[in-house]
Design a protein around this ligand. Structure first.
Ligand code: NAD
Length: 360
């Protein structure tokens, strides 16, 4: 193993603790500094890691030790922070979505290409054993030719538990842009890129009430669709039906199912790294659990930095993230126009991940 890659985090909110834990146990990645608009929050986040410096955003961007900026800000700030990192000649790995709009994301990728730096993007959960074992099962022909998939995410919304949930209800948020990246990245990993979409969407309430933290009881405005459904027509001809909702009390629907000519798979929650992959062949009596056969075992958020630090197009890469954002924006455009939308972008399926323990 060579020298670890030096990382600086911008954005020390709710999700940062998971990244800090992962980076702490990956010998290939070293956290040098963190920054946030709220320096107190940054200090609190790294209090268990005294060797990590707390800097302003400008200081972090100017720090010559830092090779990769890990952008954990809210979606509306993703492009701004990514462009600052790129202008400073640093690679940038961003939380999802890549940007709040496709136009902003396109600007980030263009600036990165011109500067010769790399762009990576969450979710890296699909590099875990759940989606990766399912992908190998499909590639190995266990369900025959894939025909269809369903992807279902239905909850009452994140304002129940997140202390600052405003960003979930403005452009860049909503159930589709917030949770869609997990589901669509998993579908593209297993079934390839999407060629056309047909969408429908609704918005039940114009306000939401914060359910926890110091702002509990405060109402926040809703300016995005909160129930989004649609069909993704993959370039391969597979039809995936998607339901992403912050308007449901609960659901028992499997997160993802993939159906082929000879069998069906239940794929675990793509917001998690692992979980059982179930197979039932035509005529089988019930389901059997497949052994874990691929993916980073025991992984946590930030594991995508591992192959981001290596050569070649990273699996959790900008091209995939842009395609996923394009699919999501096109679904919303279709919902509002009532017409199907052809997807302008495409991507390769990311390379499969061999079964390995993260960090080994
Ligand atoms: N909370 C979760 O469970 C979760 C899970 C997976 C992914 N994510 C993603 O992670 C990202 C962050 O989510 P979060 O829940 O941690 O949000 P958060 O609001 O808790 O934290 C965001 C932090 O970024 C800082 N910030 C915002 N704009 C900034 C700027 N211009 N410069 C510097 N700092 C800035 C804020 O001060 C805040 O501390 C989002 O893209 C979200 O989609 C969140």
């Amino acid at each position: 193993m060579g020298e670890p890659v030096n990382v600086g985090i911008v954005g020390c909110g709710a999700i940062s603790a998971q990244y800090l834990q992962t980076i702490d146990r990956l010998p290939q990645v070293r956290l040098v500094a963190v920054a946030d608009l709220d320096l107190e929050r940054a200090r609190a986040a790294v209090s268990p890691y005294p060797e990590v410096e707390v800097l302003t955003v400008a200081e972090l961007m100017a720090d010559p030790r830092i090779g990769v900026v890990l952008n954990l800000t809210i979606p509306a700030a993703h492009a701004e922070i990514a462009l600052l990192a790129i202008a400073a000649g640093k690679d940038v790995y961003c939380e999802k979505p890549l940007a709040a709009t496709g136009e902003d994301a396109r600007g980030v990728l263009a600036a990165a290409a011109e500067a010769g730096v790399r762009v990576g993007c969450a979710p890296d959960t699909v590099l875990g054993t759940g989606t990766q074992t399912a992908r190998v099962a499909i590639d190995d022909g266990l369900i025959g030719r894939p025909v269809a998939a369903t992807a279902t995410m239905m909850t009452p919304g994140h304002e129940r538990w997140h202390p600052n949930p405003d960003f979930y209800y403005v452009p860049g948020g909503g159930p589709l842009l917030d949770m869609g990246p997990y589901y669509i990245s998993s579908l593209v990993t297993m079934l390839g890129p999407v060629a056309t979409v047909i969408g429908a969407a609704s918005r039940t309430r114009s306000k939401r009430t914060i359910g926890s933290g110091p702002r509990q009881g405060e109402e926040i405005p809703v300016t995005v669709d909160t129930h989004v459904t649609g069909v993704l027509v993959h370039a391969s001809g597979v039809l995936s039906t998607l339901v992403m909702s912050f308007d449901a009390a609960a659901t028992q629907a499997p997160r993802i199912e993939v159906h082929g000519e000879r069998g069906s798979l239940v794929v675990p929650d793509p917001n998690h790294f692992d979980g059982p992959v179930l197979l039932s062949g035509v005529g089988d009596d019930g389901w059997r659990t497949l052994p874990e056969s691929a993916g980073y075992a025991g992984a946590g958020r930030g594991v995508g930095l591992l192959d981001f630090a290596g050569p070649g197009e990273p699996r959790a890469g900008g091209t995939l993230a842009f395609h996923v954002l394009d699919v999501m924006e096109s679904l919303l455009a279709s919902a509002h126009s009532g017409r199907s939308v052809d997807i302008g972008s495409t991507c390769e399926r990311p390379k499969p991940v061999a079964l390995v323990t993260a960090g080994d």
